[in-house]
Design a protein around this ligand. Structure first.
Ligand SMILES: Cc1cc2nc3c(=O)[nH]c(=O)nc-3n(C[C@H](O)[C@H](O)[C@H](O)COP(=O)(O)O)c2cc1C
Length: 354
């Protein structure tokens, strides 16, 4: 069964979720797309790419949003991914909260993204931003039918509708769509919100609904698709591949994580986030945190970082570099099931074999 997103046909209904900073860049996304699934390049913090070759640094960090979300680095990441996957569809994940969202969307289009995926906020402006690029498919990530409704209404005014919608549930890695105290409530479970999003989708057309969050095995995929999903998005399983672009130290932290090592913490982004308990999380408390990257709007130049006790760009950048004490290691709730790294090809075989 294939997946159609806009004019793009993906042979297998499996999407590799965008993972920043630096987990899903050229090697991972290119390999996934070359294997008949959809690879997603993360656009955030590209100034960390290749030890910041493309970015101006201050204290070893990309300085300001132009350098943090570097256009040149993103172009290079796409060029190298294309060396692996050729013309196969490639997506780009762009968080709505980042500083320069519009500029980064246009950078991604110029770099050759076929599909733009946006979560972390309601991307009501995305259809307007890409109005001159009708070939570029646009896909929101939502955690309720209501969010899809708001987005579809705005996009319709710009003459577009979502080409697919990703519905992300509370077992997913990284930022969550609902408050910490609501994460365990039945009404927010993937099964319930999937049904809600499918009902809303049916009012707008037949765009595919892609389910994400906690999907680990072939059985999980079959089960969620039997509930009406047209495809699935997986993050953590792809993070645990040889091809994922982060340092080996990042993968070691995820591989070592047990069930109780996974925590929900506040984030300067304004949503709770899921990651492995490391030194950073154990010592977490509000503290004055200087801003170098100007990475996201809601942080307001370090205000949110000081409240949460860490800078999101610096901490994710450190996990990408494998720095176990200062890094923030995002993962899904099922990370404890991972006991070895796999090659993308073998993982996809495991997930798709009859
Ligand atoms: C290390 C990591 C980083 C992530 N970064 C992003 C991101 O930058 N943007 C985004 O939309 N989702 C991000 N996610 C969420 C994934 O794209 C995916 O939807 C989610 O992890 C699915 O849940 P799973 O990990 O249980 O498969 C991240 C997840 C992980 C594990």
């Amino acid at each position: 069964m294939s997946l159609k997103i806009g004019k793009y046909i993906i042979e297998q209904p499996i999407v590799q979720g965008g993972m920043g900073v630096g987990i899903s860049w050229n090697q991972l996304a290119g390999t996934v797309s070359s294997a008949g699934c959809l690879g997603t390049i993360s656009s955030v913090g590209t100034g960390y790419y290749d030890n910041c070759k493309y970015a101006e640094l201050k204290k070893d960090r990309p300085f300001g949003s132009d350098n943090t979300h570097s256009k040149e680095a993103l172009r290079e990441i796409f060029r190298k991914a294309r060396e692996i996957c050729g013309d196969a569809p490639l997506a780009c994940n762009i968080l709505h909260v980042i500083t320069d969202y519009k500029r980064v969307v246009l950078d991604a289009v110029e770099a050759g993204a076929n599909i733009i995926v946006t979560g972390a906020g309601l991307p009501t402006d995305l259809a307007k931003i890409v109005k001159d690029f009708q070939d570029v498919a646009i896909v929101p990530i939502v955690s309720s039918g209501k969010a899809l409704k708001v987005i579809a209404r705005f996009w319709q005014r710009a003459g577009r509708l979502p080409d697919a919608v990703i519905v992300e549930g509370p077992l997913s890695g990284g930022h969550q769509g609902v408050k910490k105290e609501d994460l365990d409530k039945e009404e927010h479970s993937l099964e319930v919100i999937l049904k809600d999003v499918i009902q809303e989708r049916d009012k707008w057309g037949d765009m595919p609904v892609i389910a994400a969050g906690g999907i680990w095995s072939r059985e999980d995929i079959d089960r969620i698709m039997s509930l009406g999903a047209d495809g699935v998005q997986l993050g953590t399983r792809f993070a645990l591949t040889y091809e994922s672009d982060a340092d080996q130290g990042f993968k070691e932290v995820l591989l070592a994580a047990g069930k109780d090592d996974v925590k929900i913490i506040p984030s300067p982004v304004g949503y709770p986030a899921r990651g492995v308990e490391t030194e950073l999380i154990r010592k977490l408390q509000p503290r004055k945190t200087p801003c170098i990257s100007n990475c996201i709007v809601p942080c307001n130049h370090g205000e949110g970082a000081s409240k949460a006790g860490y800078c999101i760009a610096d901490s994710l950048g450190d996990s990408y570099r494998g720095k176990k004490d200062t890094g923030l290691f995002f993962c899904g709730a099922n990370v404890y099931k991972g006991d070895k790294l796999m090659h993308v090809k073998d993982l996809i075989n495991e997930l798709t074999e009859k």
